[in-house]
Write a protein that binds this ligand. Structure first.
Ligand SMILES: Cc1ncc(COP(=O)(O)O)c(C=O)c1O
Length: 400
């Protein structure tokens, strides 16, 4: 891919997504699951651009959504309703109602109270709600605390005992159809064991439920497969699938999973232009036109992204912080990286930016969100225009 040409053509800051790389990731995972019935529900939150979702639908993926907005995006992009899951710890009544009206595959429930709300809304609508329960198996995913979700100290899911009670209530309710079980223990997980342990805990529960005449059809192992940002040892999808299969033996369930980062993370790039350099005698700063409002991961989690200065040049490298124009000291993309000397309009490539990049972006400092481009088979397409000033103020009312 010629990033310099793309940066000149579409201007910066810019996101570029390699759709062929997304396809390859999807096929690898689907292939790893081929010994079983499976449904890969892409986690929309990772990158919710409509063209990305359309691409997922063409690959045969379903979607995991965490708001009714995401459900609507998925449907709009052509994902069939019977492949859409609605997860999330705090669904509003209006969201539950719309999801039931849209007749999606199932709602993943995270509390007893939520289940009661779903039942009463189902009654109002005269429907039976297909549900799944998110079980918190109290397993340490060994990832960053902000993206660890499977411990009792985290707000997500319900404990095993409560889950069992909820399944019994659901079974006895004419308004609920308990078709699934779910866990999601965290994101950017680079070890196999947490997945294997969580699957085992939930598989035992499914067997227990079978003896109570509750037959779970969808076993959802969530998302969380880690990717390589720097030098992480990631898990192979084959080993991941085998570890899950081992625990599921004897169970006739459709294996469902919700990968986000794995499918799009390394398929995306962020391009930013260099504005200035300055050195205060202690530190060298390279100031670029992209900022934390475009890609917040370094500021939010101290996340690492590999940066590369585009174009051939000679010279010696020295350490630099790569920073954006926003009025926050936390506005940086990299710290103390070795970089050749730069000049105005040089382009910097920031890698592994396809997941939780644009989707977490904002208008902070009244900066329009970056443009997004898709790349496939040597061709490129603009899939989201850069936001203008007019776009940013469109919803505001002038009271002056
Ligand atoms: C319920 C649920 N499923 C799936 C995902 C996707 O996770 P990842 O991008 O790590 O695969 C998330 C992300 O936090 C999530 O909350």
């Amino acid at each position: 891919m010629d990033f310099t040409t793309l940066a000149k053509k579409y201007k910066t800051p810019l996101y570029v997504y390699d759709f062929d790389a997304i396809t390859q990731k999807f096929e690898t995972l689907k292939n790893a699951f081929k010994a079983r019935k499976s449904l890969i529900c892409y986690a929309v939150k990772a990158n919710s651009n409509l063209s990305v979702l359309k691409h997922m639908s063409q690959l045969g993926a379903g979607c995991d959504c965490v708001s009714i907005g995401e459900v609507k995006r998925a449907l709009y992009a052509g994902i069939p309703k019977y492949k859409i899951i609605f997860s999330g710890v705090g669904k509003q009544d209006s969201e539950i109602k719309e999801a039931l009206q849209k007749d999606i595959l199932m709602l993943n429930l995270e509390s007893e109270e939520e289940m009661q709300r779903v039942a009463s809304i189902a009654q109002e609508l005269g429907v039976k709600a297909r549900i799944s329960i998110r079980v918190n198996p109290n397993i340490d995913a060994k990832t960053h605390p902000y993206i660890s979700t499977g411990l009792h100290e985290n707000k997500f899911g319900v404990d095993l005992q409560s889950a069992k009670k909820m399944y019994l209530q659901a079974k006895n309710s004419p308004l609920l159809d308990p078709v699934g079980i779910h866990f999601h223990i965290g994101s950017q997980i680079t070890e196999l064991k947490p997945f294997a342990d969580a699957t085992k805990v939930l598989a035992d529960l499914v067997r227990n439920l079978q003896s109570l005449d509750i037959n779970i059809k969808f076993f959802d192992v969530g998302g969380g497969i880690g990717i390589r940002y720097k030098d992480e040892d990631t898990i192979s999808t084959y080993d991941y699938a085998q570890a899950i299969f081992d625990s599921l033996s004897g169970l006739d369930v459709t294996l469902t999973c919700e990968p986000g980062r794995y499918l799009v993370g390394n398929s995306g790039y962020f391009l930013t232009s260099i504005l200035y350099e300055k050195n205060n005698g202690h530190k060298r700063f390279v100031i670029v036109d992209g900022a934390m409002n475009d890609l917040i991961r370094p500021s939010l989690y101290g996340a690492y992204h590999e940066v590369q200065l585009l174009g051939e040049r000679d010279g010696q490298t020295s350490k630099a912080d790569i920073v954006g124009p926003i009025c926050e000291s936390g506005d940086f993309f990299a710290k103390d990286v070795e970089l050749l000397s730069t000049k105005h309009d040089d382009i910097l490539l920031i890698k592994s930016a396809g997941a939780y990049g644009f989707s977490m972006s904002s208008n902070y400092n009244t900066r329009g969100r970056a443009a997004e481009v898709a790349y496939s088979g040597g061709k490129d397409w603009l899939i989201r225009e850069r936001e203008s000033f007019e776009d940013m103020i469109a919803k505001e009312r002038d009271l002056l």
